[in-house]
Design a protein around this ligand. Structure first.
Ligand SMILES: Nc1ncnc2c1ncn2[C@@H]1O[C@H](COP(=O)(O)OP(=O)(O)OP(=O)(O)O)[C@@H](O)[C@H]1O
Ligand SMILES: [Mg+2]
Length: 401
């Protein structure tokens, strides 16, 4: 009796906002709404029920943190449930606190975290379900590239920039994403981009296995200073954002670059073409009919500014949003220096001597060059990230408060 009562109570807490249809009247409705907003904890049975006991046919995919299942709550809301693998050493209380905090993050360009669940050893995150595929599937794995015309791609770039600016500067605390990439950008039914998987840097603060698999695998998005030294800052996100911009324009994956051109990778190619004044040559042929050349050129330059080897030279997201809002050609943007990417050799940019003292771990020093084969990078980089985790999240967090 009491069991079903309390179950009922919990059920009520996560009910949707029944506008106008509630029998309890306005007052009860308000209370319910407040309770629903504050109560972010989902009963495990609710998630079991929603996902048909995590049935394989409900599986949307699986990344480095565990599988994701599509589900439907009894009120009809669709959800995506991420079942976290047990590798996080974070305690239950800490996880709940972080998840509660993260579920307050609300922005048009960030996937809503509806809540979380802890059940024995299991930790789960519950997100709103985002209707369209993730960007990687659309951009690299389908024959639907044409659907992503230039206007859509430009709007996606701008939306991601605004979402990332929000995470870095406008949310309660600075949230470094750490994992900006095409598969973590979801598109809703109106093609609005939503950043997924924010806050993993907080939920898995010391998660080196993830970094390890990424480096060993085919990442292509991680900033050199993060790969080499585990140095995580907002500028690492800016780097990943820049890679994503160049991928959206070229339709090429940076991690799997196989064009027959004189370049090691996408960033190298974009930079070389840019230097020759031919940056538009990197453009996806699917964009030929829809592209606005000046705007594309401006975005390529922004992508290159974001992927510079020296993190101090990369713009902050605020500056990126400002640049993107400018009419192409209305103001001159900075000249990008060589991109910092494993697979290409680069030198430290010439910069004012006053700044050079902080360049220590920037990944751009003269003496440091990356091996030209990413497989060679694996061993050194993963072990260096493993043994030398200088995650800078704390500094970034406290800078805000
Ligand atoms: N909220 C969501 N709505 C709809 N689909 C989602 C949602 N979250 C994840 N997915 C789908 O599930 C897939 C797997 O997501 P997951 O985050 O586990 O993998 P990933 O993004 O490839 O890797 P990573 O672990 O680094 O984030 C995604 O590619 C996406 O297509
Ligand atoms: Mg993901």
């Amino acid at each position: 009796m009491t069991m079903s009562k309390s179950k009922n109570f919990l059920h009520n807490l996560i009910k949707p906002f029944k506008l106008n249809s509630s029998r309890e009247g306005q007052h009860g409705e308000d209370l319910e709404r407040i309770a629903a907003q504050e109560q972010k904890q989902f009963p495990f049975e609710t998630l079991v029920h929603a996902t048909k006991d995590f049935h394989p046919t409900h599986k949307l995919g699986e990344g480095g943190f565990g599988p994701v299942y599509k589900g439907k709550l009894s009120d009809g809301r669709e959800i995506a449930v991420k079942k976290l693998s047990h590798s996080s050493s974070q305690g239950k209380k800490e996880f709940m606190n972080e998840a509660k905090l993260l579920s307050r993050v609300q922005h048009r360009n960030v996937v809503t975290l509806l809540g979380y669940c802890v059940h024995g050893m299991e930790k789960l995150l519950v997100y709103e379900y985002v209707a369209n595929e993730s960007l990687d599937k659309l951009l690299f794995r389908s024959n639907k590239q044409e659907e992503l015309d230039w206007k859509r791609r430009y709007d996606i770039i701008s939306g991601i920039a605004r979402g990332l600016l929000y995470l870095h500067e406008d949310s309660h605390n600075c949230i470094i994403h750490r994992d900006i990439k095409a598969s973590n950008i979801l598109l809703d039914d109106k093609w609005v981009p939503k950043i997924a998987d924010f806050g993993m840097a907080r939920l898995f603060p010391e998660d080196q296995t993830h970094v390890n698999t990424r480096v060993a695998g085919t990442n292509g998005y991680m900033a050199p200073e993060y790969i080499m030294h585990g140095h995580l800052s907002v500028k690492a996100d800016v780097f990943s954002f820049g890679v994503l911009v160049l991928e959206l324009i070229s339709g090429q994956r940076n991690s799997n670059f196989c064009l027959n051109v004189d370049a090691h990778n996408l960033l190298d190619w974009a930079y070389k073409q840019y230097k020759k004044g031919k940056s538009l040559e990197i453009m996806d042929t699917a964009l030929a009919a829809s592209a606005l050349p000046d705007q594309v050129a401006m975005c390529i330059q922004i992508g290159l500014l974001c992927t510079q080897g020296d993190p101090d030279l990369r713009p902050k997201m605020h500056r990126v949003v400002v640049m993107l809002s400018k009419k192409p050609g209305s103001s001159t943007l900075e000249e990008p220096t060589r991109p910092g990417v494993p697979g290409s050799r680069y030198r430290k940019a010439r910069r004012p001597s006053a700044l050079s003292s902080v360049a220590g771990s920037s990944g751009g020093s003269d003496s440091r060059t990356f091996d030209s084969s990413s497989s060679t990078l694996t061993a050194t980089a993963s072990s260096s990230a493993l043994t030398n985790p200088k995650f800078d999240t704390h500094r970034e967090h406290t800078a805000e408060s």
